[in-house]
Design a protein around this ligand. Structure first.
Ligand code: ZN
Length: 323
């Protein structure tokens, strides 16, 4: 026998507004249990307990009450600026509740296309687009700090420029490698990934150095196919060289390159989800990919949703609308 839900009657009798409030309260409670904070205000209090003045950098602003949303307001004793705990983060002026953001982050972790995000989060396509760019702003420069060490695998993967902007399988000129966008990819034995857009066509030594030079530790061991442009890394960074002849039928080659080959194919699959992207945003997509790759990799140690929420609040970054 099916048991009646004791709340059915109560819920059935609520007005539309009351139902919204109830469901927001339920969402908040769930979030509090899952990630320790239920609202943007609680998240701001936890991760930005005393934000510096965004105008002059003054480290000890005065408390100045709270917004209707509960987000704390501050006033700067030095320059008089008024701001909130969310000012200077990508969540500034966000009118949706934290629970909607968490749904959006969950979908971003699965690289769900924008239309589906909008539908599932019950936000407009415009908001979903803007939120994706807010995520981009929060991971801008994120890879700058990543340095691969120990044994490092490096390779390049290519995608058609037109695939990015017009969609896969569209008519295009074939065989013109100059038309393809090159992505330099690296990974080390700790599974630290790097992915950097590296211009069009086969890369020169200069482009490889520019893309990867800062991401490989001096003296590391470099495992790679025999791409000549890689030699610049070996020379400039004093790397131990382990070249393999590219041969997909050679099990030794495949095993040596498996990590980086997997990374390349995951990356391609990820980019396929976003056909119609502006190719100018390619590096932002790559930054987000690398960020989410690490978040998923460390999920056992550091639960992923809580980590992303913390990142969005703790990172000084601003979404700027291009219009
Ligand atoms: Zn100030």
């Amino acid at each position: 026998m099916k048991r009646l839900n004791p709340y059915s009657g109560l819920v059935g009798g609520l007005s539309a507004d009351e139902l919204e409030l109830l469901s927001a309260a339920v969402e908040e409670r769930r979030l509090r249990e899952e990630i320790g904070v239920g609202t943007l205000a609680e998240a701001a209090d936890r991760y930005r307990p005393r934000p510096a003045c965004p105008a002059c950098g003054e480290a000890s602003p005065w408390r100045d009450g709270r917004e209707p949303s509960g987000v704390r307001r501050w006033r700067c004793p030095s320059c008089g600026a008024r701001f909130t705990s969310l000012t200077g983060t990508v969540l500034e002026n966000c009118k949706k509740p934290l629970s909607t953001w968490v749904s959006f982050i969950r979908l971003a972790l699965f690289a769900v296309p924008l239309d589906a995000c909008a539908e599932a989060c019950r936000i407009t396509h415009q908001t979903a687009w803007e939120w994706r760019h807010r995520l981009f702003a929060a991971v801008d420069g994120y890879q700058d700090r990543i340095v691969l060490r120990g044994t490092v695998w490096v390779d390049e993967t290519y995608i058609n420029d037109t695939d990015l902007s017009r969609g896969y399988g569209q008519a295009r000129k074939r065989g013109l490698s100059g038309q393809k966008v090159c992505i330099a990819v690296g990974i080390d034995s700790r599974k630290e990934p790097v992915a950097v857009a590296c211009g069009h066509g086969k890369p020169s030594s200069g482009r490889i150095m520019e893309a990867m030079g800062a991401h490989v530790e001096k003296g590391a061991r470099l495992v790679h196919d025999r791409e000549r442009a890689h030699n610049v890394l070996v020379r400039e960074l004093g790397l131990e060289d382990e070249p393999h002849k590219a041969d997909v039928r050679d099990p030794v080659y495949l095993e040596a390159m498996a990590l980086v080959n997997n990374l390349c194919s995951w990356l391609k699959r990820y980019l396929w989800r976003f056909t119609g992207m502006d190719p100018d945003n390619l590096q932002s997509y790559l930054n987000l990919y690398v960020y989410l790759f690490r978040v998923k990799r460390d999920d056992e140690r550091w639960p992923k949703i809580a980590r992303v929420v913390r990142h969005l609040l703790a990172t000084d970054a601003r979404f700027r609308s291009s219009t």
